[in-house]
Design a protein around this ligand. Sequence first.
Ligand SMILES: NC(=O)c1ccc[n+]([C@@H]2O[C@H](COP(=O)([O-])OP(=O)(O)OC[C@H]3O[C@@H](n4cnc5c(N)ncnc54)[C@H](O)[C@@H]3O)[C@@H](O)[C@H]2O)c1
Length: 337
Amino acid sequence: MKLLITGGAGFIGSNLIHHVIDFPEVETLVNLDALTYAGHLENLEGVRNHPKYVFEHVDLRDKAAVRRVVAEHGITHVMHLAAESHVDRSITGPDDFITTNILGTFNLLEACRAAWADDLQSRRFHHVSTDEVYGSLGPTGYFTETTPYAPNSPYSASKAASDMLVRAYHHTYGMNTVITNCSNNYGPYQFPEKLIPVVIQSVLARRPIPVYGDGMNVRDWLYVRDHCAALWLVLTQGRAGETYNIGGHNEWANLHIVQLICDTIDEFKPELGGNSRRLITFVKDRPGHDRRYAIDASKIQRELGWKPAHTFQEGIRETIRWYLDHQDWVCTVLKRA
Ligand SMILES: NC(=O)c1ccc[n+]([C@@H]2O[C@H](COP(=O)([O-])OP(=O)(O)OC[C@H]3O[C@@H](n4cnc5c(N)ncnc54)[C@H](O)[C@@H]3O)[C@@H](O)[C@H]2O)c1
């Protein structure tokens, strides 16, 4: 397998590279990343000198460069993660979401179609997407692989569009594709603009912790290491042309997660004075804020035998501990953003 991972310097991509690089199936691992504010080579210190690892500093919007990377390295498998990923940024500035998430995916599909023309079947294109494409749920029910798409933010709309392109390349050209739609991830190396690291940093700095609306928006949280294990299974064993939903069966209202983080940091760092919950500050809700996401992950469990290996209690404690121990990483990535 000559594996191309796009977005490998981001949160999930860097965890994924650590997860797969030593697998015997992987002969070469090429990381294509434009190093936006969200991409940091510091996330990959441990693999920088690995004999299988190659870094390509390339923007997906540069069609010729993407073509070169796929052809030059004889890529056989793609795991496509690179994207603009922050919903708030998609509301204030949607342009990059359209160009990177839609045109970037198109460029990558075209590069693969050209390079793989002689043998589309034995190659594989794995597109990594989000449950946000399905829109918002009421208090009950779950997203399945057949739930109609109903994206509500420029971010989710751009991801939905890219999913549709991948689907079309399977049906039109016979490309060997798989798509995964995953719920909210948490874990090490998540850029401190997303809920969990923002809360950790606010508690440490004794700053107000911003919580949107009434804090009762519900998300299904999955430890990033469990997501990486699922991605590998789908890449290697998923059926061509199929979509697999990935989720933790672990629903939390935002406010309750924030309270849990406050209490855990109070326990880990009593010297901060305790009672961190008093820092919680409700702020004006995000426009178009989806109320609830919840994934039905029974297909991947049934077909590929995947289920999360970590409980939320373990994963969140490991994650908080990681941020406490890596404040130098937080400073470095925030300085460059
Ligand atoms: N984080 C989550 O909870 C979550 C959940 C489900 C799905 N996803 C999907 O997983 C993927 C990775 O998410 P993440 O949270 O790791 O994102 P991230 O924002 O942490 O990382 C994105 C990476 O893509 C790179 N990138 C951005 N634009 C690029 C371009 N034009 N060309 C090349 N590289 C570019 C960035 O430099 C960065 O390294 C995304 O496709 C996202 O939609 C994320």
